[in-house]
Design a protein around this ligand. Structure first.
Ligand code: CP
Ligand code: NVA
Length: 300
């Protein structure tokens, strides 16, 4: 079994900092390794994507490799054959597997039986590359030991990844969400138990954003749950990131969104296009952090 990245807690605290350092050097162009030279990478996407697909394909090319984009209907993961067999077959052809899909257990199963690294490009449970890139973006903008991050909205895969990062490095993390849309219980319990970070779950958006260095939001209904949008919108309406809410945060707070945004729902145009927003820096940094993650996995 090769070293994989199925969720942030697959890396130790030290490894996370090594990946950030590698990312910084790569972004500055100080190192130009080609760890994927002569190798192909299978990029399995059973859900739609703009950023993840393009940043991985571009990153794989820049690392000397070749990306194969494979969609859900072609591969029918776990249906045409077992995930274990698909993992064994793919490992005979490619040097790495990137996967975006629904069930997180499909990714861990693939990683268990693959003899090459598997990288999670989003599941219903977590979105680890996103939050690694987002924290790197914060590090570029904020020079503080412990950042106050307020995540507002659905307790979804991105919220869960923030909790996973908080399990490993110290963050003052507040999740503002409705009582019926909480993050994953086991992930929250682990983050609480690890005591690395200060964590608060609150149904009060003002409490969540008070003096925050970063306000972060995501769509209210994730891929695969779009039929729940109107129901979730009613529950999460008060967590909209708008100018009034921003007033309670630190005056130089960053506004972040993993994108794609549903403008006018979880975030207003005014805030997303305003001076606090770093949403496109985040999108760019997906490329750099994923190159660093892929390189790290191939070298360790
Ligand atoms: N943020 C993100 O993962 O975007 P895509 O869904 O477009 O890949
Ligand atoms: N929570 C969102 C993130 C998209 C990048 C989703 O899963 O659709």
């Amino acid at each position: 079994m090769a070293r994989s990245f199925t969720e942030i807690v697959d890396f130790s605290k030290e490894e996370i900092w090594e990946v950030f350092a590698l990312c910084e050097r790569m972004k500055k162009g100080k190192i130009a390794p080609k760890p994927l030279a002569g190798k192909s990478v299978a990029c399995i996407f059973t859900k739609e994507s703009l950023r993840t697909r393009v940043s991985f394909e571009v990153g794989i090319y820049q690392l000397g490799g070749h990306a194969l984009y494979i969609t859900g209907p072609e591969i029918k993961l776990g249906q045409r054959e077992s995930i274990a067999d698909a993992a064994r077959v793919l490992s005979r052809y490619v040097g790495m597997i990137i996967i975006r899909t629904y069930a997180h257990s499909d990714v861990t199963e693939l990683a268990r039986f693959a003899s090459v690294p598997v990288v999670n490009g989003l599941t219903d449970m977590v979105h680890p590359c996103q939050v690694m890139g987002d924290y790197f973006t914060i590090l570029e903008h904020k020079k503080k030991d412990v950042i106050k991050i307020a995540f507002l909205g659905d307790g979804n895969n991105v919220a869960n990844s923030w909790l996973n990062l908080a399990s490993r490095i110290p963050i003052n993390l507040r999740i503002g969400t409705a009582e019926s849309t909480p993050p994953n219980r086991a992930i929250l319990d682990r983050a609480m138990k690890n005591k690395e970070s200060k964590i608060l779950i609150t149904a009060d958006p003002k409490e969540a954003v008070k003096d925050a260095d970063v306000i972060y939001t995501d769509v209210w209904a994730s891929m695969g749950q779009k039929d729940q949008l109107e129901e979730k919108a009613k529950l999460l309406n008060k967590f909209q990131v708008n100018t009034a809410l921003l007033a309670g945060a630190s005056s130089d707070c960053l506004v972040m969104h993993c994108l794609p945004a549903e403008r006018g729902r979880e975030i207003t145009d005014e805030v997303m296009d305003g001076p606090h927003s770093v949403v496109f820096d985040e999108a760019e940094n997906r490329l750099h952090i994923q190159k660093a993650i892929m390189t790290y996995l191939l070298e360790h």
